[in-house]
Design a protein around this ligand. Structure first.
Ligand SMILES: Nc1nc2c(ncn2[C@@H]2O[C@H](COP(=O)(O)OP(=O)(O)OP(=O)(O)O)[C@@H](O)[C@H]2O)c(=O)[nH]1
Length: 316
């Protein structure tokens, strides 16, 4: 991780800086909201629950402050060792940030999963909590009003004091700027923590691996999404290229848990893997701004979600 360097606003009076994280049950829209606030796709999203596994920071630069967003996996009842590790990661993050924003999707009623999260969050006393009603484009005004009341009620029931309750839509871009402004206002006074213009401090290898995983998740079903892990083994500019025509070589392995899954990932005559590679390559090129050569291989790491040694190897 590069050392944070002070930015131009470092000495501006009244400048605020700090850390916030979005939490919420799987699929609540946390990653999409992170990308919307940062203004660029730095976190992968998908319609499969529990997509987020790594903690990636998004950095929001505003005239009045700098907001560092930490993305966390959805908290859920753990069924595997991976599940337990992810839950631990979530709680460790909560106690380290200045503000925790709990996301409640407006198109769904508040349920036991949300209560579980807010109760757990209540145990972390000092952190400021706000509630975000996400996906308001999927609900009509009456439903949103009812949802906001339910969120306030959940706060009362669990003894949680919401510093704000904010409805937003990442897809429609509604109230995103307001949310950023409110979050910055809740940060402690202090100088910028990252250089101006940096959008994330996640290493490029991690970003590339995540974009490959996102492409691989598209169109797979059942338990296969959870079985996919991607590791970038090697990444570097190809030597001997003209300075104006760089090419970034990326060698990555896509792990699944069983031979049958390997077959599905590769597809008929390799068609599916080629498609995943093409989609991922374009996304990586657009994020990093360099043409990419992507060498993607599918490997089997038998039952890796339950095996401590393999989990470590895959970065968990
Ligand atoms: N219509 C609409 N859909 C949204 C909005 N925000 C997110 N979604 C969709 O909801 C799904 C889940 O979004 P994510 O951002 O991946 O959710 P998450 O909370 O990060 O999910 P996990 O990583 O599983 O914890 C995706 O299909 C998104 O496109 C929104 O504002 N409006």
């Amino acid at each position: 991780m590069p050392a944070p360097a002070p930015a131009v606003f470092a000495d501006a009076e009244g400048f605020r800086s700090g850390f916030a994280c979005f939490v919420g049950r799987p699929n609540a829209g946390k990653s999409t909201l992170t990308n919307a606030i940062v203004g660029q796709k730095i976190v992968i999203t998908s319609d499969k629950p529990q997509t987020t596994r790594t903690v990636v920071r998004g950095i929001v630069h505003r005239a009045d402050g700098q907001l560092i967003l930490v993305d966390t996996p959805g908290l859920h009842k753990p069924r595997t060792l991976l599940g337990e590790r992810l839950n631990d990661l979530v709680k460790a993050t909560w106690s380290e940030v200045d503000v925790v924003a709990v996301c409640f999707p407006s198109d769904e009623k508040i349920g036991p999963g949300d209560k579980f999260i807010v109760n757990e969050l209540g145990k972390i006393r000092r952190t400021t909590k706000i509630a975000v009603a996400t996906k308001t484009d999927l609900a009509d005004p009456e439903r949103i009003a009812e949802h906001l009341l339910d969120i306030a009620e959940l706060g009362r029931e669990t003894g949680t004091e919401w510093a704000e309750i904010v409805p937003v839509s990442s897809v429609a871009g509604d109230q995103i700027d307001l949310l950023a402004q409110l979050l910055v206002g809740l940060m402690p006074e202090g100088q910028a923590l990252y250089p101006d213009g940096d959008l994330t401090d996640a290493p490029e290898e991690i970003l590339a691996a995540e974009l490959i995983r996102e492409a691989a998740l598209d169109g797979v079903r059942d338990e296969l999404p959870h079985s996919i892990a991607v590791v970038v083994e090697e990444m570097g500019l190809r030597e001997g290229r003209d300075e104006n025509k760089p090419l970034l070589d990326i060698y990555a392995n896509l792990y699944v848990e069983r031979d049958s899954q390997k077959g599905i990932m590769i597809g008929h005559k390799g068609a599916r893997l080629r498609q995943v590679g093409t989609v991922a390559r374009k996304q990586i090129e657009s994020l990093l701004g360099t043409p990419v050569y992507l060498d993607l291989k599918v490997k089997v790491a038998k039952d890796w979600q339950r095996d401590p040694r393999q989990l470590r190897k895959l970065g968990f």
